[in-house]
Design a protein around this ligand. Structure first.
Ligand code: CDP
Ligand code: CDP
Length: 239
């Protein structure tokens, strides 16, 4: 396939962004970047340091002095279902950032403009030059507003909570479906209603509801759309 595009996938919790984005990146041989993992990593650091989650200036300073690295999993880790490896100031926190407590703290921290500024700049650096699938909440609207392909991935709230609950079950976490549904609901509300970079579908994003679709089917649809965009781009430059 010709040009190396920038593909932005945004959507609410549990809509399948990480799984689908990772699959699309593998199919196209692109880089996969999980922007949410960055918010989660800073949130974990804040929780560990017992930084008050209502002190915006302190959290912004914390984000500025934090070094986050995203790495692809080893073959064994991938086989065990691990999506990507996350390092916080050089320490691996891949598992620790996946708790409901960290998710909630991340969504609180994500309302702070200064924190977003730091992480958005980092994401723009990481995805510079294309050949990348980046997923999050504001990739198509703020991080890469000129991405060639933007997807808004959605699924019903019940389905999304079910998917998350299943993951917790598999890890042996003691949490009920109702608790997960509540967590997803609260986070969705905060993410959609915040003043800075709320979760919203970019005007030029394709809405994909995958409530009744599998991972492979969803990934193939996105790859098909990427191929179409690529053809369009080639025609424009007369290739
Ligand atoms: O990243 P995001 O929160 O949007 O969702 P995810 O972590 O990629 O997906 C949540 C769970 O739903 C994972 O266990 C996926 O395997 C599963 N999933 C699914 O069963 N069917 C889909 N079409 C998409 C995701
Ligand atoms: O995997 P899931 O969809 O549950 O969450 P995530 O993508 O890991 O993101 C965790 C939290 O970080 C979200 O609830 C958002 O508040 C925030 N986030 C954001 O504000 N902007 C992004 N680009 C990515 C995540």
């Amino acid at each position: 396939m010709g040009e190396r595009l920038t593909i932005a996938i945004d959507g609410p919790a549990g809509s399948g962004k990480s799984t689908v984005a990772r699959r699309v990146a593998a199919m196209l041989d692109y880089l996969y970047l999980d922007s949410g993992a960055m918010y989660r990593a800073v949130a974990l650091k804040a929780l560990e340091r017992k930084s008050p989650l209502d002190n915006d200036a302190q959290l912004e300073a914390l984000a500025r002095e934090t070094h986050i690295e995203l790495k692809a999993p080893t073959r064994e880790q991938e086989a065990a279902g691990l999506k990507n490896r996350v390092f916080l100031d050089g320490r691996e926190v891949t598992e620790q950032i996946r708790t409901a407590e960290v998710a909630q703290a991340a969504s609180r921290l994500a309302t702070i403009a200064g924190v977003r500024e730091v992480l958005v700049a980092e994401q723009q650096r990481a995805g510079y030059g294309g050949g990348v699938v980046m997923e999050g909440r504001d990739i198509g609207t703020v991080v890469f507003p000129s991405a060639e392909l933007k997807i808004f991935l959605d699924a019903s709230q019940e389905t999304r909570a079910q998917r998350r609950w299943k993951e917790h079950q598999e890890k042996g976490d003691d949490v009920t479906l109702i608790e997960v549904l509540q967590e997803v609901r609260e986070r969705d509300k905060r993410d959609r209603e915040r003043k800075v970079s709320p979760l919203v579908k970019a005007k030029d994003a394709v809405l994909v509801d995958n409530t009744a679709m599998g991972i492979e089917e969803t990934a193939r649809l996105i790859v098909f759309l990427a191929e179409e965009r690529n053809k369009g781009k080639a025609e424009q430059v007369g290739v």
